[in-house]
Design a protein around this ligand. Structure first.
Ligand code: UD1
Length: 419
C-alpha cells in the first residue's frame, strides 16, 4: 500500500510540460482494432489506464508496446472475445466494442459496473449500435453483439455522451453507407480520434460540432499510420488550479488554451492572472481567491473532470461559491474528505455551496476516484501541515509522473510505502 504525503503551505514556481491526452489515446488504441498494419502514437502518457488498454489489446491479439512515450501497435488478426478482468478494471474498455463488432461481426464483453461518481449506464452505446444493425444480447453480466456488415443510419443521441459518440463513430467507419450522428458530443478528444481515424483511411467529418458524418469504407482501406495525440486538457487544468490555490506563478508548456477556455475565464474570475500564448500558459495566483460559481456541462462547458479540483480552490475563497454538477449523479465524493481538512461545504442535491475558509489543515484523507484524488492533492498543497492521501491507485490511473512534475515546481510531496 502506498500513500502520498504532502507538506503544505509552500509556494510553487516553474514550468510543467503537459502529457498527451489520456481520453484521446485510449480511444485511438480501440480505433486501431479497425485496421491492419502498424499504428504508432506519439506523446502517450505512461499511466495505468493506458497499460490496462495495452493489456486488453494484447489479449485480443495485437502486438503492442509503450516505450518513451511512443506507443506501437501491430494489428493483424484479432479476437472479439475481450478479457473480463481487464475490461472490468476500466470503463473506457467499452470503446473496443464498436471497432470489434464492425470488423469481426461479433464481440463479447463484460458489462461495466457502476463507479464512485455515478451509475454510468451504456444504454446509448447499445441502442445505437443496434440501430446500425447489431443484435445485442445481455445476459449473466455479459454483452454479446453480432451483425452482418453494419449499415449507415441517421442517429440522434438523447444526450451528447462522449463514449457513445466515439463508439458509434468508430463502428460506422466500416459500415455500408453513410452514418450521421446528431447531438454528438463535441469534446476535443473526439476531434483527435476523428483525425486519427482519417489518417488510417476512414472518412469522418464534423467532429467538434454536434453533427458527425461518417462515410463507411471497406476494411482494407484502414491501415498503418503515425499520429501525435493532443495535450491532456484535464491535466493542464489541474496544474493551473494548483498554481491558483497556492498563490504561485507557474507556466504550462504543450497546452492548447482553447481547450480549457471556460476554466481560464473562471480562473480570471477567481482573481488569477493569466498570460496565454499559442501552446503555453502562465498563471499567477492572486493573493485573495475570489468566490466563483461553476456549472459542469458537456464540452465546451466547464469540464466535470475539473469540478473537484475547482472545488478545492473555492474552499479557500473569500466568500461563498455554488458548484453545480450536471454530468454525473454522484460526483461529490471529495466533499467529505475536504471537510476533514477544514472546508465548509454543504451539498444540496446536485449543488455544493462552498463557503470559503481562511485556511485548510493537513489531514489523512482518501481518494475515492481519479479527479477527487487530484482535488485532495491540490488542497494538501495549500493546507497548513501534513496531508496523507490514500487510495492513490485511482490517481496513478490518469496523471503521468504526477509526483515528479509537482516536485519539479517546488511541491513537498512524496510517495511513501505504508504498513
Ligand atoms: C468520458 C471521459 C470522462 C468524463 C466524461 C464526461 C473517457 C475515457 N472518459 O467518459 O473522464 O468525465 O467523458 O466528460 O473519455 N450516459 C448514459 N448512457 C450512456 C452513456 C453515458 O446515461 O450510454 C451518461 C453517464 O452516466 C454520465 C453522462 O452520460 O452521467 C456522461 O457520460 P459520457 O459522456 O458517456 O462519459 P464517458 O464517455 O463515460
Amino acid at each position: 500500500m502506498q500513500k502520498l504525503v504532502i507538506e503544505g503551505g509552500y509556494p510553487l514556481s516553474g514550468t510543467i510540460r503537459i502529457s498527451g491526452a489520456k481520453n484521446a489515446v485510449l480511444k485511438m488504441m480501440a480505433a486501431a482494432l479497425l485496421g491492419k498494419g502498424k499504428f504508432v502514437i506519439y506523446d502517450v502518457p505512461a499511466i495505468k489506464d493506458v497499460y490496462t488498454m495495452l493489456g486488453v489489446l494484447t489479449t485480443l491479439g495485437v502486438e503492442a508496446k509503450l516505450q518513451d512515450s511512443v506507443l506501437t501497435m501491430e494489428v493483424d488478426q484479432v479476437s472479439g472475445d475481450t478479457p473480463t478482468e481487464l475490461v472490468q478494471e476500466m470503463r473506457a474498455s467499452i470503446q473496443v466494442m464498436g471497432p470489434l463488432l464492425a470488423r469481426l461481426g461479433w464481440v463479447r464483453i463484460a458489462k461495466p459496473g457502476g463507479c464512485a461518481i455515478g451509475d454510468r449506464p451504456i444504454d446509448l452505446h447499445l441502442q445505437n449500435l443496434a440501430r446500425l444493425g447489431a443484435v445485442i444480447d445481455e445476459s449473466h453480466g455479459f454483452i454479446t453483439a453480432r451483425c452482418q456488415r453494419l449499415t449507415g443510419q441517421e442517429i440522434s443521441l438523447d444526450y451528447p455522451s462522449v463514449g457513445a459518440t466515439e463508439n458509434i463513430m468508430m463502428a460506422a467507419t466500416l459500415a455500408k453507407g453513410k452514418t450521421v450522428i446528431h447531438n454528438a458530443a463535441r469534446e476535443p478528444e473526439i476531434v483527435d480520434v476523428q483525425n486519427f481515424l482519417n489518417q488510417m483511411g476512414a472518412h469522418v467529418y464534423g467532429a467538434g460540432t454536434s453533427v458527425i458524418v461518417v462515410e463507411g469504407v471497406d476494411q482494407d482501406h484502414l491501415g498503418s499510420t503515425e499520429y501525435t495525440v493532443i495535450p491532456d486538457r484535464i491535466e493542464a487544468g489541474t496544474y493551473l488550479i494548483a498554481g491558483a490555490i497556492t498563490q504561485s506563478k507557474i507556466t504550462l508548456e504543450n497546452v492548447i488554451p482553447q481547450h480549457i477556455q471556460v476554466l481560464l475565464s473562471k480562473l480570471l474570475e477567481a482573481n488569477a492572472k493569466l498570460t496565454v500564448g499559442l501552446n503555453r500558459i502562465t498563471l499567477e495566483g492572486g493573493k485573495t481567491i475570489l468566490p466563483t460559481n461553476i456549472i459542469t456541462l458537456p464540452y465546451p462547458g466547464f469540464a466535470t473532470d475539473l469540478q473537484p479540483q475547482f472545488m478545492s480552490l473555492m474552499t479557500l475563497a473569500d466568500g461563498s461559491s455554488v458548484i453545480k454538477e450536471t454530468v454525473y449523479s454522484h460526483r461529490f465524493g471529495h466533499v467529505e474528505e475536504l471537510r476533514r481538512m477544514g472546508a465548509n461545504i454543504q451539498v444540496d442535491s446536485n449543488s455544493a455551496i462552498v463557503r470559503g475558509v481562511k485556511q485548510l489543515t493537513g489531514a489523512r484523507v482518501k481518494a475515492t476516484d481519479l479527479r477527487a484524488g487530484a482535488a485532495l492533492i491540490l488542497a494538501g498543497l495549500a493546507a497548513k501541515g501534513t496531508t496523507e492521501i490514500t487510495g492513490i491507485e485511482h490517481i496513478v490511473r490518469g496523471y503521468e509522473k504526477l509526483v515528479d512534475k509537482l516536485r519539479s515546481i517546488g511541491a513537498k510531496i512524496e510517495l511513501v510505502s505504508e504498513g
